[in-house]
Design a protein. Structure first.
Length: 223
């Protein structure tokens, strides 16, 4: 499913020129939380931490550092079974970056039989990839600023049915705190001893052109 203009998600490869892209500013000083605020204590009284993976993702919809693309309303069920893979063509003004991709099932806006689920954004699959490891996990390397590179990584296997009347959404962001430690976005040999000055905001671009078509590959079952 290809990222397309107007934040749409399409089965058709885009025809735009190489300049077609969407961008956002990622600031490690203001990371995207992995749960909606106020975040409860993990093991406190009444904690729902154990079900955070099912939490409605609408709490990040209005953030400028989260990009979303979604399909029109599905006119038939779409069933997947197998490996979900993200293929991002992306650049950054920094020298390191995290790429977090989430595959989401968007429920219908009107659900009279279950009002609590109307418009719900249910996360089906997800993963994070740290850009410094794009060529090797043993020998991390800085990212050349403003150079588009391909990042391909698995969002794991999933068996799931997106039902007729729902939408399929993909979200991309670069922080997911504190689930993922903050990337300074400046290449340092060891992130865990990075200095405060190493943590810098950076502009990330996700390209969606005919030659660099960012997408998520779904293992669709054809009946």
């Amino acid at each position: 499913m290809y990222f397309s203009r107007d934040r749409t998600l399409s089965w058709t490869k885009p025809v735009e020129v190489s300049a077609a892209a969407d961008s956002y500013v990622s600031d490690p000083s203001h990371p995207v939380p992995y749960r909606r605020r106020p975040i409860q204590q993990t093991y406190g009284a009444g904690s729902i931490w154990s079900t955070w993976l099912t939490e409605d993702q609408r709490f990040v919809d209005d953030r400028p550092d989260v990009l979303s693309w979604k399909t029109p309303v599905l006119d038939a069920d779409v069933t997947i079974a197998g490996d979900v893979v993200a293929h991002l063509f992306a650049s950054t003004t920094g020298s390191d970056a995290d790429w977090i991709v989430k595959l989401i099932d968007v429920y219908p806006d009107q659900m009279p039989a279950n009002l609590a689920m109307a418009g719900y954004e249910f996360m089906v699959s997800n993963e994070v990839f740290r850009g410094r490891y794009r060529q090797s996990f043993e020998r991390p390397q800085p990212i050349a600023p403003n150079v588009v590179q391909e990042y391909a990584f698995s969002l794991h296997t999933q068996n799931y049915a997106f039902l007729k009347g729902h939408r399929i959404m993909v979200q991309v962001q670069s922080t997911w705190f504190p689930l993922i430690d903050r990337n300074p976005q400046t290449f340092v040999k060891n992130i865990f001893i990075a200095k405060t000055s190493d943590f810098q905001a950076a502009t990330h671009r996700i390209v969606r052109s005919s030659t660099q078509a960012s997408n998520v590959t779904l293992p669709v079952i054809v009946r």
